[in-house]
Design a protein around this ligand. Structure first.
Ligand code: B12
Ligand code: SF4
Length: 519
């Protein structure tokens, strides 16, 4: 069977495609887990953001797929609908399967007959997708494939739940990077790839989709497999690797073993990016940070979430961001930031501002923290992604003010608080963040001087979208620039010039629940 797997072109504010284009880890894993006789091609459309339609037309013409799979996050829904409609017009007999966070957690958004979706894969997809393709080949009933939904006439039928794979056996095969049809992944000029070392998390932060997606569990790939996978990425050109685990710092002893294994295998000259919790990094202190640096870690995304205790309680993120000592529970954000920076690593600070109880001072305190202590800000607003405890809470309290999922990119304030207007919080974040990003330029220049010399002005122009000569000389207010920036951002979201088959998408609360049990 000929299979084409696509990820959406939509990017968001903190990963501007001029400088950062990261591959989607799901697609290579799905491709690697198919039976080897299939012809599979992967296209990350973020690599073709300015020519999405032409690229899709070319891919369909070249690969003539029987089956197309799309990986979709919630803010990419509208683009995914258009992509399906375009492909359907080019090759009407193609079948569509969708997976990833949005179809898994909001399947009802994908069942409308006008969308033309045939299968929805829920949760982890590697084994389910393989079985689905086998069923398409052999005629086996779709109802037997756990972890999916399939179209049956006008209805969708839901099959039994599938447990997450344990990963310590050979149940998930290595990714297939050779299937990629496009090139151009970059982290400021260095070819970048993604590698998984574990899946899952046992925390339950209220804003995070992970628990609803795969249950509360944490499974590890054997370290030898991870090293082979890193080597495969390196041999294909990667000089920068993002370890995309949900929470690699859940097992710090293993993380240390991984650092040692990277060094022993001579793979420490690669730049690694990783995300982690502040508490274990602060607790292990200099020993862990020094080891990470030796293993090649450069950027560490810290899930700080918020520097105020009340907000951490609301986000259910206190345990992972604090430690108990004689003075009681203390926040570990600053200690983690300091130890990483002391050892020459750069901190990407993940913060969430604009929570329901936030006053102006709370937002300012977090922005000030980011300004002083992080190297690259990754500040977001609470966003009601499907299935999270926070979404249920916001909906019950009537705090969701924007029900357009394509604006759920994390940097658009779509919920309101008790004291602050969402647009005001967004304005405060936007205004502060632009300058924090400028401050990172010297560090970027020292590491990648040619890239910054060639692209620095475009990177700045991107960060300061909306600025005009009038605003530079003080004839316009920041708020005018902000309004212009938002209009630009809205236009940028139209990645594909093709009609949306759901011209007026049905709000989440009124979606048809045409999902029945499998026969
Ligand atoms: C790494 C990561 C990133 C990276 C890399 C993104 C990339 N290019 O791959 C960065 C930091 C850039 C990033 C950015 C963002 N991310 Co992010 N990210 C993650 C993270 C940590 C891991 C994702 C991953 O690679 N997992 C490994 C792969 C193998 O697993 P997987 O993607 O789940 O795929 C499996 C299944 O989902 C399924 N599947 C997936 N696609 C498909 C397709 C088909 C056809 C099938 C059959 C199955 C299938 O099968 C796969 C294999 O088992 C998750 C989860 C988490 N704990 O926070 C969030 C997460 C995916 N991100 C999320 C979001 C919202 C974003 C941002 C909008 C920013 C934000 N607000 O957080 C941006 C947007 C990025 C963009 N496109 O511009 C949300 C998605 C929520 C939602 N409902 O859409 C998550 C779940 C975090 C959360 N908030 O809960 N992210
Ligand atoms: S620790 Fe990270 S992965 Fe785990 S629930 Fe919280 S945000 Fe999600």
């Amino acid at each position: 069977m000929r299979i084409l797997l696509l990820s959406m072109p939509d990017s968001f504010e903190h990963t501007p495609t001029i400088a950062i284009r990261i591959p989607n880890g799901a697609l290579v894993s799905l491709a690697g887990n198919l039976d080897p006789h299939h012809q599979v091609a992967i296209a990350d459309l973020v690599l073709a953001q300015s020519s999405v339609r032409r690229t899709i037309e070319h891919l369909i013409d070249q690969h003539r797929p029987d089956l197309v799979g799309l990986s979709v996050m919630t803010f990419q829904r509208a683009t995914a609908r258009r992509v399906i409609a375009l492909i359907r017009s080019l090759k009407p007999d193609v079948r569509f399967v969708i997976g990833g966070y949005d179809p898994s957690l909001a399947p009802e958004a994908w069942t409308h007959p006008d969308l033309g979706v045939d299968f929805i894969v829920r949760g982890e997809g590697d084994v389910t997708f393989r079985e689905l393709v086998r069923a398409l080949e052999s005629g086996r009933p779709f109802g037997e494939i756990a972890g999916s939904l399939y179209r049956d006439g006008e209805e969708f039928r839901k099959t039994p739940h599938r447990e997450a794979a344990r990963l310590d056996r050979d149940d998930i095969r290595p990714p297939n990077r050779a299937a990629r049809a496009l090139s151009g992944y970059t982290m400021m000029g260095r070819p970048i790839d993604v590698v998984e070392t574990s899946r899952g998390c046992t925390f339950d932060c209220s804003f995070c989709s992970i628990i609803e997606m795969r249950g509360r569990n944490f499974f590890r790939f054997p370290i030898a497999r991870v090293i082979d996978d890193i080597r495969d990425a390196r041999d294909r050109g990667a000089r920068s690797i993002f370890l995309v685990d949900d929470n690699i710092t859940l097992d710090v002893d293993r993380f240390e073993s991984l650092c040692h294994a990277i060094i022993d295998a001579g793979l420490h000259r690669i730049d690694y990016l990783v995300q982690g919790m502040t508490a274990p990094i602060a607790s292990r202190g200099d020993a862990l940070a020094a080891l990470m640096r030796r293993a090649g870690f450069r950027y560490v995304f810290l899930g700080i979430e918020n520097v105020l205790d009340d907000d951490l309680v609301f986000l259910k993120a206190r345990a992972k961001n604090s430690r108990l000592n004689s003075a009681g529970r203390t926040n570990t954000s600053l200690a983690a930031v300091n130890v990483l920076r002391r050892h020459g690593m750069l901190v990407v600070g993940g913060l969430i501002v604009g929570n329901p109880g936030d006053r102006r001072e709370s937002v300012v305190a977090n922005l000030e923290f980011a300004k002083r202590h992080v190297d690259w800000p990754y500040i977001q607003h609470p966003t009601p992604y499907p299935g999270t405890p926070m979404t249920r809470d916001f909906e019950q309290r009537g705090l969701v003010v924007n029900s357009q999922p394509d604006e759920y990119d994390g940097t658009t304030a779509v919920t309101r608080g008790e004291h602050l207007d969402p647009e005001e919080v967004e304005f405060m974040r936007w205004k502060a963040e632009r300058w924090m990003k400028v401050r990172h330029m010297p560090a970027a220049f020292r590491h990648d001087p040619w890239f910054v010399l060639r692209n620095g002005s475009r990177m700045l122009a991107h960060t300061f979208r909306g600025t005009s000569w009038r605003s530079i000389v003080g004839l316009e207010e920041d708020r005018d620039v902000f309004r212009r920036y938002r209009a630009i951002r809205r236009r940028e979201r139209q990645y594909l010039d093709w009609p949306d088959p759901l011209a007026e998408p049905v709000p989440a609360s009124q979606q048809r629940r045409s999902i029945a049990a499998a026969r």
